[in-house]
Design a protein. Sequence first.
Length: 269
Amino acid sequence: MGSNTLSENKDAVDLATSESIDFATTALDYERFRQLAKNPNLSPEEKIAFPSQYRVGYEDMIFAEILGNLLTLKEPNKTWVDIGCGCGGVTDRVKKFAAQENHNLVLVDSKEMLDLNQDQEGMIKIAGKYPEIAQDVFAATGAKGADAILCYSVLHYVYVDTNLFAFLDHLIDLLAPRGAALIGDIPNVSKRKRFFSSEAGIAFHKAFQNTDEPPRVEHLVTEHDNIDDAVLAGLVRRAQAAGCNAYIVPQNDALPMANRRDDLLIRRP
């Protein structure tokens, strides 16, 4: 998975042409995702900064979790906004389900990423960085707001790229009454540390790295540009203060990074 920080040498790799990219050490933001989207050498999963083994084969499970949280989508004729939609298997399932249930689907991402998604009836594409284009997205819902909002594997890039609370505030403003927003697949450095400090985490690290050395875990250090328990708790309280119910929910244990990622679910009464 891509790095959560913007490094000083972030221009060292040409993301638009490189045939092989180490996403564990590559800093990413909105502009650099635009470069990935244009790279003809990358798979759809790699264009959204995932090595194939972390997405391919898990798409149905991820999409089932999305529907399990965004319950209003099980009713037909709803308005659905996908912020930072990306491309690939999960996005394909979003589009297919929206067409099947006659949903109005609004995809929000860079033009380069949106161009990778074939047009279909009932779908609107809004190019640009959210929340700078929040008014355009709201207008695309027919000014009624969204019954469901999906923002998956995106928040950690928002965290280093823009004002996180402004992002959340605009997202909440976009929700219609009874609407729900799933901000999913959030790397939580606090959860990661808890895992790699446990017996299970130590065993996982040794097997994955093929080493006898335990993982290095640093507690009580400043975590620049990383989301932790405090950030997630702050987002929950912010959503609650705006009149919504908000929850930090775990992922399916079978997902490859569930032991170090969380989902944030927001529901407007």
